[in-house]
Design a protein around this ligand. Structure first.
Ligand SMILES: C[S@@+](CC[C@H](N)C(=O)[O-])C[C@H]1O[C@@H](n2cnc3c(N)ncnc32)[C@H](O)[C@@H]1O
Length: 308
């Protein structure tokens, strides 16, 4: 038993302080990011306590079962499984979301898409058709449902259509929508971009995969080996899906079917993709107003297109 404890990097009967110290050393040796915070989060999760509790209870003893649970979580993170998958959740826009390897772990930069959609919705008059059309927003490639759930939590009148190419991802989005009490206002649909959608809601958001094939090879193991490839791979220049979605909007414009067109489209892009994304929008939608919006770090982050 004592040997097994040693193999896990923790001593039997050790206290919280000692267990944390050993865990931090292992995480550091494995070059895991933020070893101290990571060790605390893992132990807090193991004990089902807030991480502040650990600081105040450094002398408390860990029983054998807790040490075993902590050791097995620690091993997964040392093997570069993403912390969010090990913990089973991640915070996004102040909401706790369930995440697992079926979905991309939501990133803070994506909160900008939520802000932009909320600005549009809040600018709308309470009786405006935006809020009372069947759907106010379409989120394409919804993954964990992070974007539609954040929007639905902030705009009680909003109904959102959320699509993904993967049924697996939609199952996670459903769990999250139910958990946050907005499942009745989010319709989940399996679709390849806009295929099969007849009319588009006034606002479209999408954080489509935008990592280039070459960049994927250089990503840290936590991302490259664990997050779904279908959530990362944006083709040779990262903009393959963005361009295809713009082509689908352009085809609807060419049919002069204004009812099936959104007013605003917000697409997340990579920091180096601003000029190419803008050029694609100007070529494919020459009559629309397109601009690239920067995030709080001053990096190109969202291609914003206004069609009316
Ligand atoms: C970068 S992830 C974003 C997930 C989520 N929106 C977020 O921000 O956390 C991209 C998502 O797009 C989905 N996807 C990839 N190709 C797609 C396609 N052709 N049509 C619809 N969704 C697609 C993936 O399954 C994945 O869930």
């Amino acid at each position: 038993m004592r040997d097994r404890g040693r193999r896990l990097g923790i001593e039997l009967d050790e206290d919280i302080r000692t267990a944390l110290r050993a865990a931090i050393a292992q995480l550091d040796a494995a070059r895991v990011d933020a070893p101290t915070t990571t060790a605390r989060l893992l132990l807090a999760h193991t004990l089902d306590k807030p991480k502040e509790w650990l600081v105040a209870h450094g002398d408390a003893r860990l029983d054998a079962a807790a040490q075993q649970r902590f050791g097995s979580l620690l091993r997964r993170v040392v093997a570069h499984e993403p912390l969010a998958y090990v913990l089973g959740h991640r915070e996004f826009y102040g909401l706790d979301l369930i995440v697992d390897p079926r979905v991309l772990i939501p990133r803070p930069e994506t909160e900008m898409l939520v802000e932009l959609a909320l600005d549009e919705l809040k600018a709308a008059h309470p009786r405006s058709p935006i809020l009372h059309s069947r759907f106010s927003v379409l989120d394409v490639g919804t993954g964990s449902g992070a974007i539609p759930i954040a929007i639905a939590k902030h705009v009680p009148d909003a109904h959102i259509l959320a699509t993904d190419i993967g049924a697996d991802a939609l199952a996670v989005a459903r769990l999250n929508a139910e958990r946050h009490g907005v499942a009745d206002r989010i319709t989940l649909l399996q679709a390849d971009l806009l295929d099969g959608l007849v009319a588009l809601p006034p606002i479209v958001t999408a954080n489509l995969p935008y990592v280039t094939r070459e960049e994927i090879e250089g990503l840290p193991p936590e991302i490259q080996a664990h997050e779904p490839r279908v959530a990362l791979d944006g083709g040779d220049d990262g903009l393959a899906l963005v361009r295809r979605l713009l082509e689908q909007v352009a085809a609807r414009m060419a049919m002069r079917d204004r009812a099936s067109l959104p007013r605003a489209v917000f697409l997340e892009i990579g920091a180096s993709q601003g000029p190419a994304a803008l050029a694609a929008a100007r070529t494919l939608l020459p009559h629309a107003q397109a601009e690239v919006k920067k995030d709080l770090a001053g990096l190109d982050r969202v291609l914003a297109i206004r069609l009316s």
